[in-house]
Write a protein that binds this ligand. Structure first.
Ligand code: ATP
Length: 196
């Protein structure tokens, strides 16, 4: 397959459990050395096995806020006491190495990137139905009941936002995995003029 023609990063969003990770990991597996998942900055401490620069860029709160004040993030958020964000420099460095950067972010981040006018391609992964989303979340078995309910409520917000015209360049319903994958692959490798 020809290389990715469009240099802009791919922003993938969609409700938790819809299959975002499954889909972009297939893209990474089937096109080795083509893509890279954006490494976020965080002020939380590393968990066992997490490496700086690989899983996250681990920074102090002061360093994070300084970079934020300098407009260094395309999107950032605070969860509890910790800050998270995607730095412009990270995206630019990876792009300069010839990689297509993939960002897996939630809807607030999408809004921030849009509001800044940062060049990117926006893909939304939608579930075939809310029932199926719930089934997948439960089937994955990684969250407790409270977390599942929270994610399902958040999913409603994300699905509503996805209906706003022009928010996403591409909406893919992840019903049959292989079919959804093909749609994603086709979009990603499309000629810039066809997808802009
Ligand atoms: N097309 C599909 N059909 C059936 N099951 C699927 C499909 N795509 C993904 N799944 C399953 O759904 C579950 C959730 O997928 P995944 O973890 O990739 O979601 P996610 O959107 O990345 O979630 P999160 O945002 O919470 O990380 C997994 O168990 C995965 O195997």
């Amino acid at each position: 397959m020809a290389p990715v023609r469009d240099p802009r990063p791919i922003v993938i969003s969609g409700p938790s459990g819809v299959g975002k990770g499954t889909l972009y990991n297939l893209l990474f597996q089937r096109h080795p050395d083509t893509f890279t998942l954006s490494v976020s900055h965080t002020t939380r401490g590393p968990r066992p096995g997490e490496q700086d620069g690989v899983h996250y860029h681990f920074v102090t709160k002061e360093a994070f806020l300084e970079l934020k004040a300098k407009d260094g993030f395309v999107e950032s958020a605070q969860f509890g006491d910790n800050y998270y964000g995607t730095s412009k420099a990270t995206i630019e460095e990876q792009t300069a190495k010839g990689k297509t950067v993939v960002l897996d972010i939630e809807v607030e981040g999408v809004k921030q990137i849009r509001a800044q006018g940062f060049p990117a391609r926006f893909v939304f992964i939608a579930p075939p139905s809310e029932e199926e989303l719930e089934k997948r979340l439960r089937g994955r078995g990684t969250e407790n009941e409270t977390a599942i309910q929270k994610r399902l409520n958040q999913a409603k917000v994300e699905l509503e936002y996805a209906k706003v015209p022009g928010v996403h360049d591409k909406v893919i319903v992840n019903d049959d995995l292989e079919k959804a994958y093909k749609e994603l692959e086709e979009f990603v490798f499309a000629e810039p003029l066809a997808s802009a």
